[in-house]
Design a protein around this ligand. Structure first.
Ligand SMILES: Cc1ncc(COP(=O)(O)O)c(C=O)c1O
Length: 452
């Protein structure tokens, strides 16, 4: 019997046109943008895979809930619905709304860390690292060794190296480590999941030394679904039950609702510690707003309250993970080197292996990203030498999939464009920098192609 295609578990009620451009137009646009896709207007992009953050399509239920949004400054019922929804899934005592994930991080590190402290994480996301370092603490990544091998298959490549965590605590002492974090799924490590066994083990180590464990929960639903698919003993559990278990091991979390909150803006910070919660709310008032809105409109709180539940729906997660894997597996089958196995929210192409003739100094990730745009109007993002300078361990091109936005035919189109570029890869040349800002240069850098 033929395998039935995976279908989107929704139908489309409102459409947003996307615009085709000609290759000549794209050539002109990218040249004007200094070969930097951040500087191309989104109207000139056909399929935008720059990020999965804040780019989700909302459901009819979310739009309906937004109409219920109560914009009272204090004590809004929208906050109560938001808090109840977070608590029903995550179980934390205190829920503090913020305008997005990084605001929750800023408050958390300000309250919990001081200069010289160490915060271990499987891999800090860049805003997490920046906020941790901003208060003078050291953001330490402790991924398992397998995470450093792009082509290696491992079901839970997002796991933390627990032997290294124990050794670190023995060496530095628990008093220097105010919290341990686990990022689920591990975005910077390729959208790879963390196993329940690993979460439990990390919790055990933290508990032994009296250190709180916090979850960076941005993609908690995708992580829960990977546990269901890949970890023994979880096949019969619902993603919601699995999520509950994940959070039961934690003392708190940070969250960007722009991912698995299926909202276009928003975030929150949770804790079970009454004293910390008070300090966090005090800081919140200073920069975000009153604790019942935290920088968000009442309608945003409503959208998140509904979105968190929709992100846990099994048919949605099945389609989401299968659709990302479809993209990764189809290009990998033809030889395109990707970070294996396909992650939850994105596919990462290994640009150094894709373009071995382009030296790292000539930005192979940029070269590939520009080519995907020229060939088919696809916007991806370089995560490599342009973004991290000499600290880049790899040159990757990330294709992040917005939630519920593109259909299977869009994904098939992306596969074909990547394969067309793959077939003529020898002809692709490198780039040189002509302008860079003193920090976060990838956003505004301008480059020019090197003559072949
Ligand atoms: C793992 C992780 N943590 C934190 C953040 C920061 O969230 P926000 O962009 O809402 O500030 C992101 C955003 O991409 C992320 O992927």
């Amino acid at each position: 019997m033929a395998v039935r295609p995976i279908i989107e578990p929704f139908r489309i009620k409102s459409v947003e046109p996307i615009r085709e451009t000609t290759r000549a137009q794209r050539q002109e646009l990218i040249e004007k943008a200094g070969y930097n896709l951040f500087l191309v207007a989104s109207e000139a992009i056909l399929i935008d895979l720059l990020t999965d953050s804040g780019t989700s399509a909302m459901s009819t239920e979310q739009w309906a809930a937004m109409m219920r949004g109560d914009e009272s400054y204090a004590g809004s019922p929208s906050f109560a619905r938001f808090r109840d929804s977070v608590q029903a899934i995550m179980g934390f005592q205190h829920v503090i709304p913020t305008h997005q994930g990084r605001a929750a991080e800023r408050i958390l590190f300000n309250v919990m860390c001081k200069k010289g402290d160490i915060v271990p994480n499987n891999t800090h996301f860049d805003t997490t690292r920046a906020n941790c370092e901003f208060v003078g603490a050291i953001a330490l990544d402790l991924p398992i060794p397998e995470a450093k091998e792009p082509a290696l298959l491992h079901p839970f490549k997002g796991n933390m190296d627990t032997a290294q965590l124990s050794a670190l605590i023995e060496k530095e002492g628990a008093q220097r480590i105010p919290l341990v974090m686990l990022t689920v799924t591990n975005n910077s490590g390729g959208g790879q999941p963390v196993s329940m066994a690993n979460i439990r083990e990390v919790k055990g180590i933290c508990h032994k030394h009296g250190i709180p464990l916090y979850i960076d929960a941005c993609r908690f639903a995708e992580n829960a679904y990977f546990i269901k698919l890949r970890e023994a003993g979880y096949a019969e559990k619902t993603p919601r039950e699995i999520a509950r278990e994940i959070f039961s091991y934690a003392d708190g979390c940070t969250m960007s609702a722009k991912k698995d909150g299926l909202a276009n803006i928003g975030g929150f910070l949770c804790t079970n510690n009454d004293i910390l919660a008070q300090q966090e709310r005090d800081l919140l008032i200073l920069t975000e707003g009153f604790p019942t809105y935290g920088g968000l409109a009442g309608r945003d709180l409503e959208a998140i309250a509904v979105g968190l539940n929709e992100a846990l729906a099994e048919d949605y997660l099945h389609y989401r993970i299968a659709s990302t894997a479809f993209l990764g597996n189809h290009i990998a089958k033809e030889g395109v080197p990707i970070v294996q196995p396909p992650g939850g929210h994105a596919i990462y192409i290994d640009a150094r292996a894709f373009l071995p003739h382009v030296p790292v100094s000539q930005f192979p990730g940029v070269a590939l990203a520009v080519e995907l745009y020229l060939e088919g109007g696809i916007r991806s993002v370089e995560i490599g030498s342009l973004m991290f300078g000499d600290n880049a361990r790899m040159d990757l091109v990330r294709l992040a999939i917005p939630r519920r936005v593109y259909t299977q035919s869009h994904v098939e189109y992306v596969v074909e464009i990547i394969l067309d570029v793959w077939r003529r890869r020898e002809k692709i040349h490198g780039y040189e920098l002509v302008h860079q800002a003193p920090f976060l240069r990838h956003f505004t850098a301008r480059l020019k192609p090197l003559a072949v």
